[in-house]
Design a protein around this ligand. Structure first.
Ligand code: 1Q0
Length: 216
């Protein structure tokens, strides 16, 4: 695994993006939200080839949303609320099944990232609160079992379990966030968790209001 000088992942940039994506009106700016996700993809890419499948799956979701943002109706995709409004009014969202041969809606795509954000929150919390002997693979598996795994098929769950085993030890993870001791890491990680919780809650509220937490 590359260290903080060589690879490009910046946890500071990620936290900044998660903070900047929140507006005063308790909405989420999609462009900034995607910047945070691109940072996470860089992190996964730095972990090695075992994580390529997960990182490219994440990239696919990010690209779908970026495509809508850059598209004809880009303005309607500026925030989560405006996206939901536009897609519901124009019957872009499918509540029953994913229609074949069509780009998935922004709403169902964002929902996948939103669910993964809960996993990330719990994983980073586990890392921040860990004591010396805890294993990253165990902390990651624990976060996954509590969150994202509920939304994954048996096959994907097996893929995830294999990936967890390839996670580097905690000291190496600290190097990636450019800290050398547990105390500093705890501050960075829990600050990140704080930003993620806020972003998660805002999105969750919008999706709950529109009954969109189970989009296929
Ligand atoms: C670094 C640890 C990574 C561990 C990742 C565990 C996640 C699990 C497995 C994901 C498998 C993805 C394969 C495909 C899944 C799709 O079926 C699913 C649903 O989409 P769809 O279109 O089929 O309905 N897609 C998803 O659920 C999206 C999954 C995105 C996973 C994103 C994980 C993000 C994690 C990042 C970890 C970064 C940690 C940073 C730590 C920094 C501090 C030291």
């Amino acid at each position: 695994m590359k260290n903080c000088k060589q690879h490009e992942f910046q946890i500071g940039r990620m936290v900044e993006a998660f903070r900047y994506c929140m507006t005063e009106k308790k909405d989420i700016l999609l462009e900034e939200y995607l910047i945070a996700w691109r940072q996470l993809i860089k992190f996964m890419d730095a972990l090695g080839t075992v994580f390529t499948f997960i990182s490219s799956e994440t990239m696919t979701k990010v690209n779908i949303l970026q495509g809508y943002l850059n598209g004809e109706h880009g303005k309607d995709y500026r925030t989560v609320t405006s996206m939901v409004k536009y897609e519901l009014e124009n019957e872009v969202v499918n509540f029953k099944e994913l229609p074949p041969n069509r780009v998935p809606s922004g709403c169902r795509t964002l929902l996948r990232l939103h669910r993964a954000l809960k996993f990330l929150e719990v994983f980073l919390y586990n890392l921040g609160m860990s004591v010396g002997k805890d294993k990253t693979s165990q902390m990651c598996a624990d976060a996954y079992h509590k969150t994202l795994s509920h939304h994954h098929s048996w096959f994907i769950r097996q893929v995830a379990e294999v990936a967890f085993l390839a996670l580097p030890p905690i000291e190496d993870m600290y190097k990636v966030v450019c800290v050398s001791n547990h105390k500093d890491a705890k501050i960075v990680l829990l600050t990140t968790v704080d930003a993620i919780v806020k972003v998660y809650n805002i999105t969750q509220e919008v999706y709950t209001k529109h009954g969109m937490l189970d989009l296929p």
